[in-house]
Design a protein around this ligand. Sequence first.
Ligand code: TXA
Ligand code: MG
Length: 320
Amino acid sequence: MSRARLLPADAEGIAEAAAIVRAGGLVAFPTETVYGLGALATDAGAVARAFAAKARPADNPLIVHVASLAELRGIAAPLGPLASTLAARWWPGPLTLVVAAHPALPRVVTGGLDTVAVRIPAHAAAAALLAAVGAGVAAPSANRSGRPSPTTSAHVLADLGADIDAVIDGGATAVGVESTVVDARGSAPIVLRDGAVTRAQLGLDDADIDHDAEVQRSPGSRHRHYAPACTVRGAEPGAVAAVVAAAVATGARVGVIATAPVAAPAVTVALFRDAEDLARRLYAALRDAEAAGVDLVVVETVPETGVGRAVMDRIRRASA
Ligand code: TXA
Ligand code: MG
Protein backbone atom coordinates (compact mmCIF):
# COMPACT_ATOMS: atom_id res chain seq x y z
CA MET A 1 0.00 0.00 0.00
CA SER A 2 1.61 3.13 -1.21
CA ARG A 3 0.65 6.61 -0.17
CA ALA A 4 3.69 8.47 -1.54
CA ARG A 5 3.03 10.56 -4.62
CA LEU A 6 5.23 10.05 -7.66
CA LEU A 7 6.22 13.54 -8.86
CA PRO A 8 7.75 14.29 -12.28
CA ALA A 9 11.19 15.95 -12.34
CA ASP A 10 9.77 19.03 -14.04
CA ALA A 11 9.18 22.57 -12.73
CA GLU A 12 5.78 21.73 -11.29
CA GLY A 13 6.94 18.52 -9.64
CA ILE A 14 9.98 20.25 -8.13
CA ALA A 15 7.85 23.13 -6.79
CA GLU A 16 5.43 20.66 -5.24
CA ALA A 17 8.27 18.67 -3.70
CA ALA A 18 9.91 21.80 -2.29
CA ALA A 19 6.64 22.90 -0.68
CA ILE A 20 6.30 19.51 1.01
CA VAL A 21 9.88 19.65 2.34
CA ARG A 22 9.49 23.22 3.58
CA ALA A 23 6.32 22.15 5.42
CA GLY A 24 8.25 19.41 7.26
CA GLY A 25 7.35 16.51 4.95
CA LEU A 26 9.52 13.75 3.49
CA VAL A 27 10.39 13.71 -0.22
CA ALA A 28 12.73 11.26 -1.88
CA PHE A 29 14.73 12.63 -4.81
CA PRO A 30 17.33 11.37 -7.28
CA THR A 31 20.99 12.33 -6.99
CA GLU A 32 23.83 11.26 -9.28
CA THR A 33 24.67 8.45 -6.81
CA VAL A 34 21.46 7.01 -5.30
CA TYR A 35 18.04 8.37 -4.29
CA GLY A 36 17.98 10.35 -1.03
CA LEU A 37 15.14 10.80 1.45
CA GLY A 38 14.92 14.54 2.01
CA ALA A 39 13.85 16.31 5.20
CA LEU A 40 14.41 19.95 6.15
CA ALA A 41 17.71 19.84 8.09
CA THR A 42 16.74 22.61 10.52
CA ASP A 43 13.43 20.89 11.40
CA ALA A 44 14.20 18.32 14.12
CA GLY A 45 10.73 16.80 13.80
CA ALA A 46 11.06 16.26 10.06
CA VAL A 47 14.52 14.72 10.49
CA ALA A 48 13.19 12.42 13.22
CA ARG A 49 10.46 11.29 10.82
CA ALA A 50 13.10 10.46 8.21
CA PHE A 51 14.92 8.26 10.75
CA ALA A 52 11.61 6.61 11.66
CA ALA A 53 10.55 6.00 8.03
CA LYS A 54 13.85 4.23 7.35
CA ALA A 55 13.96 2.51 10.76
CA ARG A 56 17.48 3.95 10.93
CA PRO A 57 19.51 3.74 14.14
CA ALA A 58 19.60 7.21 15.76
CA ASP A 59 23.41 7.11 16.07
CA ASN A 60 23.91 6.95 12.28
CA PRO A 61 24.18 10.59 11.13
CA LEU A 62 22.71 12.04 7.93
CA ILE A 63 24.27 13.99 5.07
CA VAL A 64 22.96 17.55 4.67
CA HIS A 65 22.56 18.51 1.00
CA VAL A 66 22.69 22.14 -0.10
CA ALA A 67 22.39 24.02 -3.38
CA SER A 68 25.34 26.34 -2.75
CA LEU A 69 28.18 27.03 -0.32
CA ALA A 70 26.24 30.02 1.03
CA GLU A 71 23.52 27.66 2.27
CA LEU A 72 25.98 25.95 4.62
CA ARG A 73 25.47 28.89 6.97
CA GLY A 74 23.66 27.62 10.06
CA ILE A 75 24.55 24.02 9.10
CA ALA A 76 28.35 23.89 9.28
CA ALA A 77 31.04 26.09 10.79
CA PRO A 78 33.02 28.05 8.17
CA LEU A 79 34.98 25.55 6.06
CA GLY A 80 38.68 25.11 6.77
CA PRO A 81 41.33 25.13 4.01
CA LEU A 82 41.11 21.42 3.11
CA ALA A 83 37.29 21.38 3.00
CA SER A 84 37.27 24.55 0.89
CA THR A 85 39.75 23.05 -1.57
CA LEU A 86 37.82 19.76 -1.87
CA ALA A 87 34.50 21.62 -2.24
CA ALA A 88 35.94 23.82 -4.99
CA ARG A 89 37.30 20.75 -6.80
CA TRP A 90 34.36 18.34 -6.39
CA TRP A 91 31.11 20.23 -5.89
CA PRO A 92 28.61 19.81 -7.27
CA GLY A 93 29.46 16.11 -7.16
CA PRO A 94 29.56 12.81 -5.27
CA LEU A 95 31.95 13.83 -2.47
CA THR A 96 30.65 14.30 1.09
CA LEU A 97 32.72 16.35 3.53
CA VAL A 98 32.60 15.82 7.29
CA VAL A 99 33.29 19.18 8.95
CA ALA A 100 32.53 20.95 12.23
CA ALA A 101 28.78 21.38 12.73
CA HIS A 102 27.17 24.78 13.38
CA PRO A 103 25.94 25.05 16.98
CA ALA A 104 22.40 25.78 15.75
CA LEU A 105 22.08 22.56 13.69
CA PRO A 106 19.72 20.08 15.43
CA ARG A 107 21.88 17.23 16.70
CA VAL A 108 19.30 14.65 15.59
CA VAL A 109 20.84 15.22 12.11
CA THR A 110 24.36 14.34 13.27
CA GLY A 111 23.46 11.47 15.56
CA GLY A 112 24.63 13.64 18.47
CA LEU A 113 28.05 14.41 16.96
CA ASP A 114 29.54 17.90 16.71
CA THR A 115 30.52 17.18 13.11
CA VAL A 116 28.20 17.27 10.10
CA ALA A 117 28.43 15.62 6.68
CA VAL A 118 27.61 17.97 3.79
CA ARG A 119 27.52 17.87 0.02
CA ILE A 120 26.24 19.68 -3.09
CA PRO A 121 24.88 16.97 -5.43
CA ALA A 122 25.31 17.20 -9.21
CA HIS A 123 21.93 15.82 -10.36
CA ALA A 124 19.75 18.46 -12.06
CA ALA A 125 16.55 17.52 -10.20
CA ALA A 126 18.38 17.46 -6.86
CA ALA A 127 19.92 20.85 -7.57
CA ALA A 128 16.54 22.29 -8.58
CA LEU A 129 14.85 20.89 -5.47
CA LEU A 130 17.56 22.21 -3.14
CA ALA A 131 17.44 25.64 -4.78
CA ALA A 132 13.65 25.71 -4.46
CA VAL A 133 13.79 24.69 -0.79
CA GLY A 134 16.47 27.33 -0.21
CA ALA A 135 17.82 25.59 2.89
CA GLY A 136 19.78 22.49 3.88
CA VAL A 137 18.06 19.16 3.23
CA ALA A 138 19.13 16.17 5.32
CA ALA A 139 18.94 13.12 3.09
CA PRO A 140 19.98 9.56 3.91
CA SER A 141 19.72 7.03 1.10
CA ALA A 142 15.99 6.43 0.56
CA ASN A 143 15.97 2.72 1.43
CA ARG A 144 14.68 0.95 4.51
CA SER A 145 17.70 0.70 6.83
CA GLY A 146 19.81 -2.36 6.01
CA ARG A 147 18.40 -2.77 2.46
CA PRO A 148 20.24 -2.06 -0.80
CA SER A 149 20.24 1.67 -1.60
CA PRO A 150 17.63 2.77 -4.17
CA THR A 151 18.75 3.63 -7.69
CA THR A 152 15.22 4.09 -9.09
CA SER A 153 11.99 5.65 -7.79
CA ALA A 154 10.43 2.16 -7.85
CA HIS A 155 13.05 0.97 -5.31
CA VAL A 156 12.11 3.92 -3.07
CA LEU A 157 8.40 3.14 -3.29
CA ALA A 158 8.99 -0.54 -2.61
CA ASP A 159 10.78 0.25 0.67
CA LEU A 160 9.21 3.50 1.86
CA GLY A 161 6.08 4.12 -0.21
CA ALA A 162 3.79 3.82 2.81
CA ASP A 163 5.91 6.07 5.04
CA ILE A 164 6.89 9.15 3.00
CA ASP A 165 5.01 11.93 1.21
CA ALA A 166 6.46 11.88 -2.30
CA VAL A 167 9.27 10.78 -4.58
CA ILE A 168 10.61 12.72 -7.56
CA ASP A 169 11.05 10.33 -10.48
CA GLY A 170 14.40 10.93 -12.15
CA GLY A 171 14.88 7.49 -13.68
CA ALA A 172 17.88 5.32 -12.83
CA THR A 173 20.81 7.08 -11.14
CA ALA A 174 24.05 7.45 -13.10
CA VAL A 175 26.70 6.31 -10.60
CA GLY A 176 24.83 3.72 -8.56
CA VAL A 177 26.99 3.70 -5.40
CA GLU A 178 26.93 6.42 -2.77
CA SER A 179 29.15 9.45 -2.42
CA THR A 180 32.61 9.13 -0.92
CA VAL A 181 32.56 10.40 2.67
CA VAL A 182 35.77 12.06 3.88
CA ASP A 183 36.73 13.72 7.13
CA ALA A 184 37.93 17.10 5.84
CA ARG A 185 38.89 18.71 9.13
CA GLY A 186 42.61 17.93 9.06
CA SER A 187 45.37 18.57 6.53
CA ALA A 188 44.60 15.53 4.34
CA PRO A 189 41.26 13.84 3.60
CA ILE A 190 40.50 10.69 5.60
CA VAL A 191 38.13 8.34 3.78
CA LEU A 192 35.27 7.28 6.06
CA ARG A 193 33.27 5.54 3.32
CA ASP A 194 34.54 4.62 -0.13
CA GLY A 195 32.27 5.80 -2.91
CA ALA A 196 31.93 7.42 -6.30
CA VAL A 197 35.04 9.61 -5.98
CA THR A 198 38.05 7.30 -5.92
CA ARG A 199 41.01 7.46 -3.56
CA ALA A 200 43.28 8.10 -6.52
CA GLN A 201 41.13 11.10 -7.47
CA LEU A 202 41.64 12.42 -3.94
CA GLY A 203 45.41 12.00 -4.24
CA LEU A 204 45.37 9.05 -1.81
CA ASP A 205 46.94 5.61 -2.06
CA ASP A 206 44.53 3.48 -4.06
CA ALA A 207 46.05 0.22 -2.80
CA ASP A 208 45.98 0.98 0.94
CA ILE A 209 43.53 -1.59 2.30
CA ASP A 210 42.46 -1.07 5.91
CA HIS A 211 38.86 -2.23 6.30
CA ASP A 212 38.87 -2.51 10.08
CA ALA A 213 40.04 1.07 10.55
CA GLU A 214 37.19 2.25 8.29
CA VAL A 215 34.62 0.38 10.33
CA GLN A 216 35.83 2.37 13.34
CA ARG A 217 35.69 5.69 11.55
CA SER A 218 32.26 5.87 9.97
CA PRO A 219 29.26 5.51 12.29
CA GLY A 220 27.21 4.00 9.44
CA SER A 221 29.74 1.23 8.91
CA ARG A 222 28.83 -0.37 12.23
CA HIS A 223 25.37 -1.33 11.03
CA ARG A 224 24.22 -4.13 8.72
CA HIS A 225 23.88 -2.79 5.19
CA TYR A 226 22.90 -3.25 1.56
CA ALA A 227 21.43 -6.73 2.08
CA PRO A 228 18.52 -8.25 0.12
CA ALA A 229 16.40 -11.09 1.53
CA CYS A 230 18.60 -13.73 -0.12
CA THR A 231 22.15 -14.63 0.90
CA VAL A 232 24.90 -12.78 -0.99
CA ARG A 233 28.32 -14.28 -1.67
CA GLY A 234 31.27 -12.77 -3.55
CA ALA A 235 33.37 -15.06 -5.77
CA GLU A 236 36.60 -14.33 -7.64
CA PRO A 237 36.16 -14.31 -11.45
CA GLY A 238 37.83 -17.73 -11.80
CA ALA A 239 35.71 -19.27 -9.02
CA VAL A 240 32.20 -18.12 -9.95
CA ALA A 241 31.29 -21.23 -11.94
CA ALA A 242 32.47 -23.62 -9.20
CA VAL A 243 30.78 -21.70 -6.38
CA VAL A 244 27.52 -21.64 -8.32
CA ALA A 245 27.74 -25.32 -9.24
CA ALA A 246 28.44 -26.33 -5.62
CA ALA A 247 25.45 -24.32 -4.37
CA VAL A 248 23.17 -25.72 -7.08
CA ALA A 249 24.27 -29.23 -6.08
CA THR A 250 22.91 -28.65 -2.56
CA GLY A 251 19.47 -28.00 -4.06
CA ALA A 252 19.62 -24.24 -3.57
CA ARG A 253 18.08 -21.85 -6.08
CA VAL A 254 21.05 -19.74 -7.17
CA GLY A 255 21.34 -16.37 -8.89
CA VAL A 256 24.44 -14.99 -10.62
CA ILE A 257 25.71 -11.44 -11.10
CA ALA A 258 28.81 -11.84 -13.25
CA THR A 259 30.66 -10.79 -16.40
CA ALA A 260 29.60 -13.96 -18.26
CA PRO A 261 26.81 -16.54 -17.92
CA VAL A 262 27.65 -19.79 -16.12
CA ALA A 263 26.87 -23.26 -17.42
CA ALA A 264 25.17 -24.47 -14.20
CA PRO A 265 21.35 -24.25 -13.93
CA ALA A 266 21.23 -20.86 -12.20
CA VAL A 267 19.34 -17.61 -12.73
CA THR A 268 21.44 -14.99 -14.53
CA VAL A 269 20.36 -11.91 -12.55
CA ALA A 270 22.68 -9.44 -14.28
CA LEU A 271 25.71 -9.42 -16.57
CA PHE A 272 28.17 -6.55 -16.14
CA ARG A 273 31.20 -5.29 -18.06
CA ASP A 274 33.46 -3.78 -15.42
CA ALA A 275 33.51 -2.18 -11.96
CA GLU A 276 31.81 1.05 -13.13
CA ASP A 277 29.03 -0.95 -14.75
CA LEU A 278 28.62 -3.11 -11.63
CA ALA A 279 28.54 0.06 -9.47
CA ARG A 280 25.62 1.31 -11.54
CA ARG A 281 23.73 -1.96 -11.41
CA LEU A 282 24.64 -3.73 -8.16
CA TYR A 283 21.80 -2.49 -5.93
CA ALA A 284 19.12 -3.08 -8.56
CA ALA A 285 20.59 -6.53 -9.24
CA LEU A 286 20.46 -7.45 -5.53
CA ARG A 287 16.79 -6.45 -5.48
CA ASP A 288 16.21 -8.41 -8.71
CA ALA A 289 17.83 -11.49 -7.16
CA GLU A 290 15.48 -11.21 -4.22
CA ALA A 291 12.48 -10.80 -6.54
CA ALA A 292 13.58 -13.88 -8.53
CA GLY A 293 13.25 -15.87 -5.31
CA VAL A 294 16.80 -17.20 -5.21
CA ASP A 295 18.24 -18.50 -1.95
CA LEU A 296 21.75 -17.34 -2.81
CA VAL A 297 23.13 -14.80 -5.27
CA VAL A 298 26.79 -15.14 -6.26
CA VAL A 299 28.45 -11.85 -7.24
CA GLU A 300 31.68 -11.87 -9.25
CA THR A 301 34.26 -9.70 -7.49
CA VAL A 302 36.06 -6.79 -9.18
CA PRO A 303 39.59 -5.43 -8.64
CA GLU A 304 39.74 -3.28 -5.54
CA THR A 305 40.94 -0.11 -7.23
CA GLY A 306 39.03 2.95 -8.46
CA VAL A 307 35.29 2.65 -7.89
CA GLY A 308 35.92 -1.08 -7.41
CA ARG A 309 36.80 -0.29 -3.80
CA ALA A 310 33.31 1.05 -3.10
CA VAL A 311 31.71 -1.84 -4.99
CA MET A 312 33.68 -4.45 -3.04
CA ASP A 313 32.91 -2.67 0.24
CA ARG A 314 29.18 -2.95 -0.56
CA ILE A 315 29.46 -6.62 -1.62
CA ARG A 316 31.30 -7.44 1.61
CA ARG A 317 28.68 -5.67 3.72
CA ALA A 318 25.79 -7.24 1.80
CA SER A 319 27.27 -10.68 2.42
CA ALA A 320 28.27 -10.09 6.05
O1 TXA B 1 25.49 9.40 -2.21
C1 TXA B 1 25.14 9.56 -1.04
O2 TXA B 1 25.94 9.84 -0.13
C2 TXA B 1 23.64 9.44 -0.73
C3 TXA B 1 22.91 10.55 -1.48
C4 TXA B 1 21.45 10.59 -1.16
O3 TXA B 1 23.52 11.79 -1.18
N1 TXA B 1 23.40 9.51 0.67
C5 TXA B 1 23.76 8.52 1.53
O4 TXA B 1 23.37 8.76 2.83
O5 TXA B 1 24.33 7.54 1.18
P1 TXA B 1 23.44 7.64 3.96
O6 TXA B 1 22.73 8.27 5.10
O7 TXA B 1 22.92 6.37 3.45
O8 TXA B 1 24.95 7.53 4.32
C6 TXA B 1 25.63 8.58 4.99
C7 TXA B 1 26.96 8.09 5.47
C8 TXA B 1 26.83 7.09 6.59
O9 TXA B 1 27.84 6.11 6.47
C9 TXA B 1 27.07 7.95 7.82
O10 TXA B 1 27.56 7.22 8.92
C10 TXA B 1 28.11 8.93 7.29
O11 TXA B 1 27.69 9.22 5.98
N2 TXA B 1 28.11 10.20 8.06
C11 TXA B 1 27.15 11.14 8.10
N3 TXA B 1 27.45 12.12 8.96
C12 TXA B 1 28.66 11.81 9.47
C13 TXA B 1 29.53 12.42 10.44
N4 TXA B 1 29.20 13.56 11.04
N5 TXA B 1 30.69 11.80 10.72
C14 TXA B 1 31.03 10.64 10.11
N6 TXA B 1 30.26 10.00 9.20
C15 TXA B 1 29.09 10.57 8.89
MG1 MG C 1 22.47 4.49 3.24
